[in-house]
Structures are given as C-alpha cells and as structure tokens.
Write a protein that binds this ligand. Structure first.
Ligand code: HEC
Length: 407
C-alpha cells in the first residue's frame, strides 16, 4: 500500500511538472503569436512577418516569425512535443494506477451503477478512446471546415461523455474520465496533426519546395482547440479536492457549466492578446462562476431551478422527527463516521469528505442507508481501518435499524 502510494506520488508529481511545461509553452506561444508586430523593412526582406522584443530574467530577447520558413533549417530546431507526450503518458499511468488498479475503491460507486472492475475499466477506456475516435473522425470530415458547427458538435461530445461517466462511475472517477478524454484529444492533436504538419513544413524548407498553407491552418485549428481546453482540463485536475462539484446530483451539468465558463474566460485573454479588450466577457464569466457556485451550494440536491414548497417542507420536517432508534444510529455515526464523512472533517488524514460522502444530517444518512449498512454490518470495512474503534454492539444498532426500516 505504502509502495503504491509512493509510486503514485512520483507519477503525479511528474505529471504536474510535465503539464506545467506543456501548458506553459502553449500559453507562451499563443501570447507570442498574438503580440507580434509588423517588422521593419530590412527584416521583411529576410522573409520575417512578425517581430517581437521582450525583456526577461535580466536580458533582451528578439523573436522573429517567418512568413514561410528560414532559408535553411538550423541544426538545432526546438519542437516542443515531449511536453505534450510525457504529460499524456504520465497521466495515463496515473489513471491506471489510481482508478483502474483501485477500481473498486475509486472508480466504482455501487450506488451509481453496480459494475465489476473489468466492466468499469472497459467503459472508462471506451469513453476515452471512443471520444478520441469521434473527435478525430469529425475533424477529418467536412464538418472540420466549419469551426462554429464543429464547436457545437464538440460540446455535445463532451456533454455526452460527462453524462455517461457520471451515470456509470463515482463522482471523481467520472470527472477524471472527462479530463482524460480532453487530455487525450489534446495530446492527439499534437501527435496526429500538429507534428505531421510541422514535419511537412520542415521537409518543404529542406527540399526548397512550396509550403502548402493548409498544413499550417489545419494545425492552427487544433492548436486553438487545445488552447480553449486548457482551463477546463486544469479545473478537472484539481476538482477531486472539491467533492461539492463531482458529488452533485447533476454533476455532469456542473462539469459542463464550469467547462464552458472557463473556456469563455480563456476567450477574454485570447482577445486581449490581439489588442481587443472585452471586459464584458470577464464580467459575465465571473457572474457565471458565481451563479454556478450558488447553484451547487444550494442546500438540498433538489431537481434544478425550481425548488417547490413541498420539497422545502419535507426537509424542514426531518430533524424534529427522529425516533429513538434513529437518534441512536445518528449518535453512533457522529462518533464513528463524521470525523471523516463530514463537510468539515476532523480526521488528520481525511480532510475532505471521502468520496464526498457526508453524514452531518439525518437526511444524508437516510438516503445512504443501504450503503451504510453494507459497509458497517456486511463488509465491516467502515469505519476505515476501524480508526474510530467501532464496537460490534454499535454495528448491531445500525443492523437493527436497517432491518426494521426495510420491513
Ligand atoms: C478514517 C476515516 C473514515 C471513517 C472514520 C469512516 N470512513 Fe467511510 N470512507 C472513508 C474513505 C477513505 C472512503 C473511500 C474509500 C473506500 O470506499 O473504501 C470511505 C468510503 C465509505 C463508503 C463508500 C461510499 C460510496 O459512495 O461508495 C461508505 C458507505 C462509508 N465510507 C461509510 C462509513 C460509515 C458508515 C462510517 C462510520 C461507521 C465510516 N464510513 C467511517 C473513510 C472513513
């Protein structure tokens, strides 16, 4: 267990480092491209179409972007592809280690769907590679020539992936699969389109043949997709610390909403780089984020939008109506479970409610009754490692309550 934790730590660490390098380089080049100025005539004569000066880290830098390419390919040409590949490879290893090796713990939530590890893994890989296939096929089809229509199709693809994942897996498992699909599409864009286009360009310069502008344009489109996907993907990477997002009743909508709003905010920066300032995007983006936060933190996971008066009544009626038997269960669980399973856990290791499971109120206990019974009376693996020292009598309190309840 300890060894696996260390392996997981090192892979995760490496994954984050590689990801920082990839996204950092990609942000830098987007910024660079959008900030190029028209060069002076003497540079234009050399075939330079974009000129940029910067000062950083105690030195001046002069960057030139060529209209077509240099006369000869320099001996040392930097490609920036390993950042993408190593991020993907380490991410995939991590997914395998945490969510596939540990499928029973982290990927499968029997209250969502009772899957065997094999079934869950097959579905997970299906989402990632099925999604990649659809995306690649759409890019190569005539649809690829209409950016707006393509964007809508892409959104539907991601919504379908989120919907399926949240209806198959645990909340965290679902989010990470949408993240893995996005990351795979991004690395795929580098591998299937951007790199081949660049190789063609280098060959053309070397052989002194014409550069087909469509190579660059096709690669550019994929680059733009990657650019808008970065913020949603980064959100997913950190989301597993925030159970309120992935544990929501409509988690797939939460994910889509945050994804769309963050891509919208990215749009503000893309425009800003080319000198267009649209504060309205930033403002609506923040309003959107606050609206999502408000919606997600609304007390009961009631059916979206309309909270009817009848729902409110039921919620208010609960605390007062505890029978002695229910009160006993509630008390036992406050002592033995709520130090981890709470909105504010007091356990020194589990500082976030594990899997987003909270037992702070009776309503939360009532809805999870079957699962609580299963883990405390049947499998007895809860409390975890029996860290809170639950006795057999205390387990029987839950057993009796559940038996009476199910009569
Ligand atoms: C020391 C921390 C800790 C305590 C105390 C604890 N749990 Fe857990 N619980 C976890 C962790 C971590 C997980 C996620 C890993 C797993 O599923 O094994 C979990 C998962 C669960 C799950 C699975 C939820 C799901 O959606 O699959 C249930 C049910 C559960 N706990 C019930 C309980 C009950 C009931 C108690 C008290 C009798 C309890 N736990 C006490 C840490 C704890």
């Amino acid at each position: 267990m300890m060894l696996l934790d260390w392996i997981s730590l090192f892979i995760r660490w490496f994954h984050v480092i590689a990801g920082v390098a990839w996204i950092g380089a990609s942000f830098y080049f987007v910024w660079l491209d959008n900030n190029l100025d028209t060069p002076p005539d003497w540079k234009k004569k050399k075939g330079i179409k974009g000129d940029l000066w910067a000062v950083h880290g105690g030195g001046f830098y002069e960057v030139a972007k060529y209209e077509y390419g240099p006369e000869v390919i320099p001996e040392k040409l930097h490609w920036f592809k390993w950042e993408a590949y190593t991020t993907w490879i380490s991410g995939f290893l991590l997914l395998g280690l945490v969510y596939y090796h540990g499928a029973a713990i982290y990927l499968i939530d029997t209250s969502v769907m009772d899957l065997t590890p094999g079934e869950a893994i097959a579905r997970g890989l299906g989402i990632i590679f099925g999604g990649l296939f659809i995306y690649e096929a759409a890019c190569r089809s005539p649809l690829g020539r209409y950016p707006k229509a393509f964007g809508i199709m892409f959104l539907i693809l991601l919504a379908a992936a989120s919907f399926l994942a949240t209806h198959w897996f645990s909340g965290r498992g679902a989010f990470i699969h949408v993240g893995a699909l996005i990351g795979t599409i991004m690395a795929g864009n580098v591998f299937f389109k951007i790199m081949p286009a660049q190789r063609l360009m280098v060959d053309a310069v070397t052989n002194k043949t014409e550069i087909d502008p469509s190579w660059g344009l096709g690669a550019k489109l994929r680059s733009v997709h990657n650019n808008y996907l970065t913020l949603p993907l980064l959100f997913i990477m950190i989301s597993n610390h925030y159970a309120m997002t992935y544990q929501h009743e409509q988690a797939w909508l939460v994910l889509m909403a945050i994804g769309i709003v963050s891509a919208w905010i990215r749009h503000y920066f893309n425009l800003k780089h080319i000198g267009i300032s649209r504060p309205s995007i930033l403002i609506t983006g923040f309003i959107g984020m606050f609206t999502i936060a408000y919606w997600v933190s609304m007390p009961t996971p009631a059916p979206v939008a309309t909270v009817t008066s009848s729902t409110t009544e039921v919620v208010e009626a609960k605390p007062a109506a505890l029978s002695p038997e229910q009160q006993a269960v509630f008390d036992v669980m406050q002592v033995h479970c709520a130090n981890c399973h709470s909105a504010a856990p007091t356990d020194d290791i589990f500082v976030v409610a594990p899997l987003g499971v909270k037992y702070d109120s009776w309503a939360e206990i009532e809805t999870k009754a079957a699962l609580i019974h299963h883990r405390t009376v049947i499998t007895k693996d809860m409390p975890m490692m029996n860290r809170t020292g639950m006795t057999e009598e205390e387990r029987q309190i839950i057993a009796r309550w559940f038996a009476n309840k199910s009569k």
